[in-house]
Design a protein. Structure first.
Length: 270
């Protein structure tokens, strides 16, 4: 079995007494490509933030490279994190290279200027995402897909082993999303990265990921996609009737409208 990278043991997270994640246990090993799926508000972003120690669980334990992620440690530099994006301001004044250098802020130190080796690490990261030619261009002028690659370069600028992506294709159309996943998959193989990606694209994602976690406050199911993607699992995850059908090897899902009882049950959930 390859190296254990992340371990959740009976982890629960609450905000102001409201439980958002409940009794989550799973493990991520080196080289895996995880997809985290779940409806809006199901706790996906909270799970990623708990994994990197930005949020502390109210019970249970999280281990990242064998350590408690909420305590400062060297292990932090083994993680690249691309957070969930809102629309980026088109007038964002920084160059592409500046944006990537922001990823090294922790290494450069507060108020210090980047050194030559920081700039070469940033250029190397841009090379990895095929965006080196854009280094001097204004970040705000790039297309959605190009911006997403640059944000990944920013995460790669610390040379991480684990890359976390929170809905990286939310600003992309279907075609751009598919080629983005293609590219991401070949990049992670080349760089030998472990990847955890939050996504809504169940069909597209399932052709690339090696493991999936279906979340709706609890971990409804997790494991290899073939075993996890069943009509029952998806209905439990979305809290309403879901029908799963396959087009070749690719699963597609149709979600039926929630019944009145299901809506009431959801409204009364804590
Ligand atoms: N800092 C916070 N304080 C209070 N409540 C929070 C906080 N962060 C998240 N929540 C709540 O926790 C729940 C899960 O939020 P989270 O952002 O993890 O969902 P998500 O699955 O990422 O949703 P989406 O698909 O919309 O991004 C939501 O009900 C949200 O309102
Ligand atoms: Mg989210």
């Amino acid at each position: 079995m390859s190296e254990l990278i992340v371990e959740f043991n009976n982890v629960s997270v609450a905000f102001d007494d409201k439980t958002v994640l409940q009794d989550i246990s799973f493990a991520i090993h080196a080289g895996e490509f995880w997809g985290i799926l779940g409806p809006n508000g199901s706790g996906k972003t909270t799970l990623l933030k708990t994994l990197i120690g930005l949020i502390k669980p109210c019970s249970g334990t999280v281990r990242l490279f064998g350590k408690d992620p909420s305590q400062p440690s060297r292990e932090r530099s083994k993680i690249g994190y691309v957070s969930q994006q809102n629309q980026t301001d088109p007038n964002f004044p920084l160059s592409v290279l500046d944006v990537v250098l922001l990823g090294r802020a922790g290494k450069i130190g507060l108020g210090r200027r980047p050194k030559a080796h920081d700039k070469s690490a940033a250029r190397e990261a841009l090379q990895k995402v095929d965006m080196e030619a854009f280094a001097k261009q204004r970040f705000g002028d790039l297309s959605g897909g190009q911006k997403q690659r640059v944000l990944i370069a920013r995460a790669l600028a610390v040379q991480p082993q684990l890359l976390l992506l929170d809905e990286p294709t939310s600003a992309l159309d279907v075609n751009a999303s598919e080629s983005f996943y293609d590219w991401l998959d070949s990049m992670r193989r080349q760089l030998n990265l472990t990847v955890v990606m939050v996504s809504h694209d169940i069909g597209v994602v399932s052709s690339f990921i090696t493991k999936v976690a279906c979340l709706n406050k609890t971990l409804v199911a997790h494991g290899v996609p073939d075993k996890v993607f069943t009509t029952d699992t998806l209905s439990a995850m979305y809290g309403c009737d879901a029908v799963l059908f396959h087009h070749g090897k690719i699963p597609h899902m149709v979600v039926a409208k929630a019944t009145h009882e299901q809506n009431e049950e959801r409204d009364t959930r804590d």
